[in-house]
Ligand binder design. Sequence first.
Ligand SMILES: Nc1ncnc2c1ncn2[C@@H]1O[C@H](COP(=O)(O)OP(=O)(O)OP(=O)(O)O)[C@@H](O)[C@H]1O
Ligand SMILES: [Mg+2]
Length: 579
Amino acid sequence: MYARIRPYFRYLQPHRGLLAVAVLCGIVAGVASGAGLPLMVNKVFPVIFAPGAVPLTNLQLALVALWLPAVFLVRGVATYLNTYFIQVVGTRVLEAIRLDFFRKLQVLPLSFFQKNSTGDLLSRGLADANQLQVTLTTIANEIVRSPASLLASVSYVAWLAYQNGGVAAVLVSLAVVPLTVLPIRYIGKKLIKRAGQIQAELGAVTGVLSENLSATKEVRAFSLEEREVARFGRASQLLIRAQLKFMKYEKALTPLIEIVSAAGLSVTLVYAYGRIDQTTFITLITAIYAGYEPIKKLGSLNNEMKRGMGALERLEEVLNIPLTIEDAPTAQALPRAKGDLAFANTTFSYQAGELVLLELNQRIPAGTVCALVGPSGAGKTTFANLVPRFFDPTSGRVTLDGHDLRELRLADLRRNIAIVPQDPVLFNDTVRENLLIARPEATTIDVENAARAAFAHDFILTLPLGYDTIVGERGARLSGGQKQRLALARAFLRNAPVLILDEATSALDSESEAAIQQALKQLVIGKTVLIIAHRFSTIRDASLILVFDRGEIVARGTHAELHAGNPLYRSLYDRQQGS
Ligand SMILES: Nc1ncnc2c1ncn2[C@@H]1O[C@H](COP(=O)(O)OP(=O)(O)OP(=O)(O)O)[C@@H](O)[C@H]1O
Ligand SMILES: [Mg+2]
C-alpha cells in the first residue's frame, strides 16, 4: 500500500528542507516522550519520596524538581515545531494536488464532462484532495516520530532491565505489544470499505446541491421544493449512514488497544511481585505507557492510510484519464488559416455503437457561408463540434487547409476559430474582461468597435458601470439577448478565419435580430462560416446549405435549389414561414 501512495510523495519534494526540520523536531519530541518521561520519573521520585540520610538544600531540591518542566519544555517545543511545520508543508501539498486536479480538468475531453457530474467532480477536487493532504502529512509525520518514541521507550525499558535483572517482567510487557496489532488489522480491513463509500456519498450530496442550485427557477416553476428537499435528505441520509459506520469502527480502536494494554500491565504486575522496587516499577510503567502511545498512533496511521487510499483512488480516476484530445508529438504549427474545411468519410458516435454522423463527405471551401439545417437531433451541432476538436471523429477525418486537425497544434487550431454558442457563458467579471478573452491584446478601441459591430455598445453603456460592470455568475445579470450580443462581439474581436454560429441569434427579438443580421453580414465577410439557425432569414443568403437528417447530409445546394428540389428542406422552410 505504501508503494501505491509513493508516487505522490513528489508533492513533498519542494518542501524537503522544512520537512527535514519537522522530522528532526519529531524525533526530539519522540525521544523526549519515550525516554525523557520515564527518565524523569526515575530521577525525581526517589529523591522526593525516599529521601537519603542527608537532607537536600533548597537549591538541590529545586534542581531536582526542574526535571519536570525541562522534559516537558523540550517535548512541548519540539512537538509544536514538528506539528506546525508539518501543517505548513501539508497546506502547500494540498494546494499542489488541487491545482494539478484543476489543471487536468482544463484539458480533459468534453466527453468526460458528459459522463461525470459536476457535484462528483467538486467533491473529488475539494474533499478528496483534502483527505489526501491529511493522509500524506500524517504519514510523513508519524512515520518518524512514533517509531522514534517507541524505540526510545523500548531501549529505556531494556536498559532498566539490564541494570535491574527484572528481565522477565520486561519481556512479558514487550510480548503484549504485538498483540495490540491484531485488533488494529481487523478494524483496518473494515475501514477501507467504508472510507471509499463516504467520499462517494459526499459526492452524491454535493451533486444534488449543485444541480439544485443550477435549477433554482425550475424548482419554483414546477413546485419541486418538497421533492428536492426529499432528494437531498436521502443523499444526506446515505452519507450519514456511511459516516456512522466508519466512526463505529474507528472509535473502537483506542479502547481496544487500551484494554489489551491493561491486560498486559496486569501480567507485568504479577511478574513484578517481589522482583523490583516501587520506583523502578513506576518508571517501567511510565516507559511502557510512553511506548503504547506511538503504537496507538501507528494503529490509527493505518486507518489514515486507508482513508487516504480511498481519496487517492477517486482523484486518480480523474488524474490518470488519458488525454484523447491533445497535441500529437509531431503537431504542426498553423499560422492564420485560409479556412478550407473538409470532412472525409467522417463518422462519429458519442457512445460505442450509436452512430450520430455517418460517413460524411463534404468540402467547405474557404470563404463559404455554409448553413446547416435539419430536424432537431439530426447532428448539426455534433458536426460543428468536430471543427474545434471538441470531439475527434470515430473514423475518417476532418481537415483544415488540407491538414488533418489531429496533426495541428490544438492551440493554433482553436485560435483560428471563433464560436458563438446558443447559450454563451460569461465569466463573473467585467464586460470588458469578458470580451477581451477573445483577444487579450486588443485595445479599448478594438473592444468598443467589436461591441458596436455586435450592437452591444449601446446597452453596455446603459449598465451601471458601462464596460466595467460585473456581469454576475455565468452572466446572470444580463438578458439572454444581451449575452448573445456579447458573444457576437467576442467573435468580432477574435476575427478568426473560421466562424461557427450555433443558434447564435435565437435569443434575440425580431428587432435586434434584424440589426444583428446586418452585423452578421459584416462579420462573415471573407470567413468560412458554419451557421446553424432555425430562422430561415439567416439561412437564405448562405452560399451553401447542407440538409442534415439522422446523421447524414441528405441534400446540399443553395436556397433556391433546395427549395425547388428537396422535400425535407421545403417542409422545414414552409413550416417556419407559416408560423
Ligand atoms: N453528449 C452526447 N452523448 C450522447 N448522445 C448525444 C450527445 N449529444 C448529442 N447526442 C445525440 O446526438 C444526436 C445529434 O445531436 P446534435 O446535438 O448534433 O443535434 P442537432 O442537429 O444539433 O439538434 P438541435 O437542432 O436540436 O440542436 C442526437 O440524437 C443526440 O441525442
Ligand atoms: Mg444543436
